[in-house]
Design a protein around this ligand. Sequence first.
Ligand SMILES: Nc1ncnc2c1ncn2[C@@H]1O[C@H](COP(=O)(O)OP(=O)(O)O)[C@@H](O)[C@H]1O
Ligand SMILES: [Mg+2]
Length: 371
Amino acid sequence: MSEGLEQQVRAALRGVRDPVSGQDVVSAGMVDGLTVKAGMVQFALQVPRERARESEPLRAAAERAASGVPGVLSATVVLTAHRAEPPPAAPSRKAPPGGTPGQGQMLLPDVAAIVAVASGKGGVGKSTTAVNLAVALALQGLKVGLLDADIYGPSLPQMLGTRERPRTEGQRIIPLSRWGLKAMSIGFLVEEETPMIWRGPMVMGALEQLMGQVEWGTLDIMIVDMPPGTGDAQLTMSQRVPLAGAVIVSTPQDVALLDARRGVKMFERVGVKVLGLIENMAFFCCPNCGHQTDIFGHGGAKAEAARLGVEFLGELPLKLAIRELADAGTPIVAARPETPEAQAYQAIATRLREKLAENAAAAGGPKIVIA
Ligand SMILES: Nc1ncnc2c1ncn2[C@@H]1O[C@H](COP(=O)(O)OP(=O)(O)O)[C@@H](O)[C@H]1O
Ligand SMILES: [Mg+2]
């Protein structure tokens, strides 16, 4: 039945004409990844990168056409611009006023420091760490942005405890305000159940929109919660924003499995500085008696950091309260600031600021607001 609906949506899209080629968007091959599930339609409209900025009316027309098909409950269309060529060696930092900057311009020019929180694999606590660090930095008085770069598996709606829809002003998306910071995630923009059958280039397009089309304003620091692994999102981030560096999260177990090393190497390969390593779930802290147990052999990350020549930024225990509060949308740093765990996040946040200031000074660099 949804197959029939898909055909009807395609038929409706044949009525939407691309003003440049003169063809309808289906014949022009611009419709990509069309999925229909429980009356919800989702697809991407592919445009050449140089047309990305003026294609919003076309996107809106395609969305209207899909929404108008009887049986369609909602339609979400995203614009994706394909990367035609590798970026020039020294892209300019300043974006043109208004709209998403084109290829060759760095996104987020008004953010003093952009820090990617990454790991070699999933489930190590990247999102938990990113959210708590971001809240810690906001509590320290910085203007903080938190970007969920995980397009397939966004975590921020749950971890920040909100599914509010962001407001828009014209083509600009206003980030949500939560725990003193500005936050954006694809999870705020599309339905939770929507299948995300998005291929590599589409992930890049969505991620670029989250950076370029969102009204982040001037920020002292942006924390980016990266998807697991070493794929397209990592490449997009390293090419399209001036990353101050990456923080690698690892558990004692992936230190043993060399996953942490993979994460570090990946950023080094694309010329991004690794600011340090955080060991998460470093030891088990019993909720009943407070006894500490080293389940996987504690301290490996510190030794591994030394071997790799990167700084060890700190460690967090495996603690039920960290997970429960994260799941409840109330990060432990905000909800239980007096706990040793919240203080550990605060200490890592402080060290991160110092590290950024040191690096900026060493680079003869500008505008990082620290101390
Ligand atoms: N230090 C910790 N103690 C207890 N649970 C944790 C800790 N860090 C993360 N978790 C839990 O582990 C799971 C995976 O964490 P998450 O941050 O989503 O990982 P990732 O983003 O790397 O996939 C979540 O349920 C989270 O609440
Ligand atoms: Mg995550």
